[in-house]
Design a protein around this ligand. Structure first.
Ligand SMILES: Nc1ncnc2c1ncn2[C@@H]1O[C@H](COP(=O)(O)OP(=O)(O)O)[C@@H](O)[C@H]1O
Ligand SMILES: [Mg+2]
Length: 250
């Protein structure tokens, strides 16, 4: 395969801004659109991307096993039973032995680019080792924030750590936007863009379907016409260079 896939790191300063939900939602949308997609959980210890995808307890081997040569990429990834083309490579439950080095991560992503159209790297909160692993060799990064002041400040700090990315490869997502905020929405979103200093790639509404689907182990994108699902679909379109409306909250 000669095609070269793109690796996109999904990051935030604060925890709980919606990185894992974003990775699962946009990953599903890209796969449902016919792409080969790998969702890579970089959150060592807290791994929960499997839950967000409805793929619990299927993966035996994790990305450290592949990166450090203990098994092949094919043997470690798990394909989603309901979304063909969507794959998960999980994180170690705890770091055993030597942590994966940036060099090993870079080599892993090179192999992933040869086999997948897109790889979304779900980073842990904060700017520690997992953040560095997720971002060290990615081609693009998406900073996920909510519209509140503390999350925006963290997004700002995060952006400062992303200076290895060219400006065209960094984007902002504002998550958990509520209907009530809509009136002041433009101000809020403009503020978010100004504060983070990044162009916006999407706005995701607050949607009760997210926790519901999570609890039921159902992928959000297969649960019908939910507002967050259509936001993720639009973002998937934009990631592929297409145009989609920024926001429609009923
Ligand atoms: N748009 C949204 N609407 C409603 N709940 C959301 C939304 N985005 C995230 N959540 C909820 O917030 C919690 C944290 O989200 P998660 O994606 O795990 O964040 P992170 O990976 O950044 O820590 C989860 O319970 C998730 O269901
Ligand atoms: Mg997470």
């Amino acid at each position: 395969m000669e095609t070269r896939g793109q690796c996109i790191a999904v990051v935030s300063g604060k925890g709980g801004t919606g990185k894992t939900s974003f990775t699962a939602g946009v990953g599903s949308a890209l796969a449902l659109g016919g792409k080969r997609v790998l969702c890579l959980d970089c959150d060592v210890g807290l791994r929960n991307l499997d839950l967000a995808l409805g793929l619990t307890d299927r993966a035996l081997m994790d990305f450290s096993d592949v990166a450090q040569g203990r098994c092949s990429l094919e043997s470690a990834v798990v394909e989603h039973p309901k979304i063909p083309g969507l794959f998960l490579l999980t994180a170690p439950v705890r770091s055993r032995g030597r942590p994966v080095s940036e060099r090993q991560m870079a080599d892993l992503l090179q192999e992933i680019r040869r086999r997948y159209d897109y790889c979304l790297l779900d980073a842990p909160a904060g700017l520690g080792g997992g953040f560095l692993l997720a971002t060290c060799a990615a081609d693009r990064a998406v900073v996920v924030t909510t519209a509140d002041a503390s999350s925006l400040r963290d997004a700002q700090h995060t952006v400062m750590e992303l200076n290895r990315f060219s400006s065209g490869s960094l984007h902002l997502v504002v998550n958990r936007v509520r209907k009530k905020m809509l009136r002041s929405m433009h101000a809020t979103i403009d503020d978010a863009i100004d504060k983070a200093g990044l162009p916006l790639i999407g706005v995701v509404p607050e949607d009760d379907a997210l926790p519901l689907c999570l609890n039921q182990g159902v992928p959000l994108l297969l649960a019908g016409a939910q507002p967050a699902a259509s936001a993720y679909r639009n973002i998937a379109t934009r990631i592929q260079g297409g145009k989609a409306p920024l926001l429609r909250i009923k």
